[in-house]
Structure formats: structure tokens, C-alpha cells
Design a protein around this ligand. Structure first.
Ligand SMILES: [Zn+2]
Length: 369
């Protein structure tokens, strides 16, 4: 067995790629790799995330649904600081790594059942899933809160997905999306282990692009936890396979409004605001279902967490745009966190550091002034 689906809490194993939570206890599922990473198995002629197809053994290579995601540039910004340009993915965010993986794994089954996929997201994940579904010729229903609008919702609609508006909380939207599991296939990016597993390719790329010399530090924004857990899983796989000497220090970056991970990690209390008004509008998970997993795995990996104020996010966003990197404000949170740790001397300019710039600035509704 090359990989296995296993419950993160009770250890129940599953072979059903459709399971999005543990059938026994309802907790999150994880994909475990039994196969070692081997650089000889990389398809060096493939300039996408699928150069690592051999390490996703549950997907048949003839069934891959791709839009050219991954193998994004790693650009040197200053002497020891690199930017990983995930904003250059086909739909404008790192989420394409997860969507290509889950849609490649499931599209045949969905089609054979003459069914559809459902997802709850009004943001980058919804847009990404809609794009890969339509590429695969699969119908998508994207569940969103009733009052959303803006460029990301437009993108979802242009890809031809059916948008289902739900009134009530974000949890209610997720519940509605999960309901049609009899006739539809729930592929929700927050819970589904196949989506999260697809993010592993990001860690492989950073390592390969640096000649397998891992950076000292990696800064990434954290919300629902798919990016954080996916990147941790990728680097863990490389360490276990003796490809890299040790884990980089992964720094999870959050806004003061949405910082459940930061507070739990630092042992302080978090009280979410009534309404999230931050310009970092991709970071909205005040009560992420994967929080326990995120805290535990970040601790095991000896990572860190940083919290950023609104003013610092805006400054970082403007500073990045002013140097030619037009990314979404949520990505700028990672840059703000890096600068904050330089100032407090928790980070050093001598450390080789990678910032994950998660999404494009072209979807922002912010106006310049
Ligand atoms: Zn379980």
C-alpha cells in the first residue's frame, strides 16, 4: 500500500476517496505516505505540480485534470529573501494545487454517477474548484453566504458553476454543502483530505528550487489550515525520506481579527469580533475545524505563529505592490509578519527565508488612493 487514509484522532483507516471526515468518529482524516520521496521519480520534463505525480499514487496519471498549476517561480527578493509566487497559478491562488488533486482523483466517479461536486467557499477555493470541475466536464455547485459579491464570486460564475446562496453563519453554509452527499460529491477544501494533500507539491517545489537545501524559515498566512498542514506534510515527507536534513521553521501568520491558531499556539484566549472587516479577506476562519491538528503539528515541527495588525497588513500590501508584487492583502500578512520578526530580532536577515505569496492582487476590491 503506497498511501492510506487515516483518522487523525482514532486511527480508523479508510480506502474510500470520497470520505471527507472519519466515518467512525467524525474527526479530520489525513493521507499517510508509505512511499519514500525519491528525486529520480520526478518527471523533470513536466513543468507543473504534476512533475511529482509519482508521489500521489491514488491518482492515475491518465486521469489528471490540469490547467498548468504549480512549478510557480521562486524569486529572489533580496539577498536571503525569496518569494514563492503562488499568485501565478491558473485561477490566481495556491488553491489550484488542492483542486487539481481532488478533481483528478474523483472526476470519473462523479461522471459515472451522473452527479456533481459541491463545495462551500465564496473565495479562492470556490473559484479554483469551479475551474477544475468545468475543465473535467463535471458540474459544480458552490455554496456561498447570501450577501457575498465581488471579483471572486464573478470568477466562480464565469467558470459556469451553479452558485447556491445560503443565509446564516459560515457553518450553516458548510452544512448545506455537505447535505447532498447522496446524489452529489462533497469536495469541501476545508475538510477533504485529498484537497489538503495536494498542497504537498508546494513544499517539494520550494525544496527542489533551492537544490534541496531547505530555507531556515518559511512564512505563510494561515486560516482554515490547508496551506499550513499541506506544507508541513510535504516537508515531513522529505525529512522522513532523508531528502532534506531537517524541517524549516514554519511561521503561521494571522490577522488580529482572525487569529485562533496564534492564540491557541501561544496559550492565550481568542475572542473573535462580531464581524470580520479586515482587508485580508481570504483569512476568515475564526473557528477552523482543523485547529487542533494545526496547533499540534505546528508544535511538533517547532514552528511559530505571528499576529498582524490591520495597519501592518495594509502597509505590507502597499510595499509589495510598490516593488512590483501585486498580491492579495491576505498574502501580504506573511510579509508583514516577516518584517515584524526582523524588528523583534526573532528572525534574522542572515536566515534564508521563503514567503508564500498565496494569491493574486487582481481579485481585490480595494481602491487605491
Ligand atoms: Zn476517527
Amino acid at each position: 500500500m503506497e498511501s492510506e487514509i487515516k483518522c487523525s484522532i482514532c486511527g480508523h483507516t479508510s480506502s474510500n476517496l470520497l470520505d471527507f471526515k472519519c466515518p467512525s468518529c467524525g474527526k479530520p482524516l489525513d493521507i499517510h505516505q508509505h512511499q519514500r520521496f525519491d528525486t529520480h521519480q520526478i518527471n523533470h520534463k513536466n513543468y507543473s505540480a504534476w512533475r511529482y505525480a509519482k508521489f500521489f499514487p491514488y491518482i492515475k496519471e491518465t486521469e489528471i485534470i490540469t490547467l498548468g498549476e504549480g512549478w510557480t517561480p521562486l524569486v529572489k527578493f533580496s539577498s536571503n529573501l525569496y518569494f514563492k509566487l503562488e499568485n501565478l497559478n491558473p485561477t490566481g491562488s495556491f488553491k489550484d494545487r488542492g483542486s487539481t488533486t481532488i478533481i483528478s482523483a474523483l472526476h470519473k466517479q462523479v461522471k459515472n454517477a451522473e452527479s456533481y461536486i459541491s463545495e462551500d467557499s465564496s473565495g479562492n477555493a470556490g473559484a479554483s474548484m469551479a475551474a477544475y470541475a468545468t475543465r473535467a466536464g463535471v458540474k459544480a455547485k458552490i455554496y456561498v453566504p447570501e450577501n457575498v459579491s465581488g471579483p471572486k464570486l464573478n470568477q466562480i460564475q464565469f467558470y459556469g458553476a451553479e452558485v447556491v446562496k445560503v443565509s446564516g453563519s459560515r457553518t450553516k453554509v458548510a452544512e448545506e454543502a455537505q447535505k447532498p452527499t447522496k446524489e452529489g460529491f462533497y469536495v469541501g477544501h476545508v475538510l477533504h483530505p485529498l484537497f489538503r494533500d495536494g498542497i504537498r507539491s508546494l513544499a517539494y517545489e520550494v525544496a527542489e528550487q533551492l537544490d534541496w537545501q531547505v530555507p531556515e524559515r518559511i512564512y505563510l498566512p494561515a486560516s482554515a489550515g490547508t496551506l499550513l498542514l499541506g506544507v508541513l506534510s510535504g516537508f515531513n515527507h522529505l525529512v522522513e525520506s532523508s531528502i532534506i536534513a531537517g524541517m524549516p521553521k514554519i511561521v503561521a501568520c494571522q490577522t488580529s481579527q482572525v487569529s485562533p491558531l496564534y492564540h491557541r499556539f501561544k496559550g492565550s484566549r481568542y475572542a473573535p469580533p462580531q464581524r470580520i472587516t479586515s482587508i485580508a479577506d481570504a483569512l476568515v476562519s475564526t473557528n477552523p475545524p482543523l485547529l487542533d491538528l494545526m496547533v499540534e503539528q505546528l508544535k511538533v515541527a517547532k514552528g511559530d505563529a505571528v499576529m498582524i495588525e490591520e495597519k501592518e497588513t495594509l502597509e505590507a500590501f502597499q510595499e509589495l505592490a510598490g516593488t512590483g508584487f501585486f498580491v492579495e492583502p491576505s498574502s501580504a500578512v506573511a510579509y508583514a509578519a516577516y518584517k515584524k520578526q526582523l524588528k523583534s530580532k526573532e528572525a534574522s536577515k542572515n536566515d534564508r527565508t521563503v514567503l508564500i505569496l498565496t494569491g493574486t492582487g487582481l481579485k481585490t476590491a480595494l481602491q487605491p488612493h
